[in-house]
Design a protein around this ligand. Sequence first.
Ligand code: BGC
Length: 251
Amino acid sequence: MGKHGFGIDIGGSGIKGAPVDLRRGKLADDRFRVPTPQPATPDAVAATVREVLDHFKWDGVFGCTFPAVVQHGLVRTAANVDPAWIGTDAHKLLGKATGRDALVVNDADAAGLAEVRFGAAKDRDGVILVSTLGTGIGSALVMDGCLVPNTELGHVEIDGHDAESRAADSAREREDLSWKNWAARLTRYFQHMEALFWPDLIVVGGGVSKQADQWLHLVDVRTEMVPAKLLNNAGIVGAAVLAAEQGGGKS
Ligand code: BGC
């Protein structure tokens, strides 16, 4: 594995990328961000991904996150993205649009792997659940360093609701919830996760983990729960590491 890889994070508002120092799990240069094209159709997004790679003159294989189920490069769901993505072969699309080999993975899986390798769950064995709280709730389930991809634990049904519609950070903002009221919803959500998976450690990521001191202590769970460490860069780092280790996805 070379010293540097390249990761891109496709989000609802921005597409961000940077070269990554694979040994340290850190960005090797300032990241470059382009607003996500609207509508965020596959072709428009692919052109933006190319722009990010061109900015750094990166020619090699790259990793790319996507906020949906991505099974061997095939996008299967579209909870918070343009529905035109469903059924798209993202490896083929990005390979063609950029002229480089791409490995496309679920955003929470990439972030979770980065936290396990370099962040809040470094050197921890056992069952680790990484939850990203943002527009939706993403999940990464890792056992002794090995990722089970596409777990989609934000979409379990709790009290008759899709869990992320009540407990994601977007629900807190939309309903103007106090930290205390939002934490009560997180308690309900994470107690459910505990009952199903009995994790050894829960890592909570997403932008709101920066303010963990406001709410994390209000979440009532038995499992050790810690904020993520790589914050904004977890997806980029995780995607770059996976691409360097597995190579571009062939489809
Ligand atoms: C999607 C997941 C994604 C998560 C975070 C959910 O709505 O279904 O695939 O990881 O949002 O972006």
